[in-house]
Design a protein around this ligand. Structure first.
Ligand SMILES: [Zn+2]
Length: 57
């Protein structure tokens, strides 16, 4: 489930305020600055540092 571009542009990493990249499958948002992956649940991004997982490289 892809997020509308204008919503995606509003999203920022809560940790570093960097831009987020949507995962290929739309199931997560990735911050490349601090290498965290934020889950997207039912189409709603969960932008909580506690919920983020380290981004595998
Ligand atoms: Zn970040």
């Amino acid at each position: 489930m892809a997020l509308p571009a204008r919503i995606r542009e509003l999203l920022a990493c809560p940790k570093c305020r960097g831009a987020l990249e949507e995962a290929v499958d739309g199931g997560a948002l990735h911050c490349t600055s601090c290498s965290l992956s934020y889950p997207v649940r039912d189409g709603i991004p969960v932008l909580l540092v506690e919920q983020a997982e380290p981004l595998a490289r």
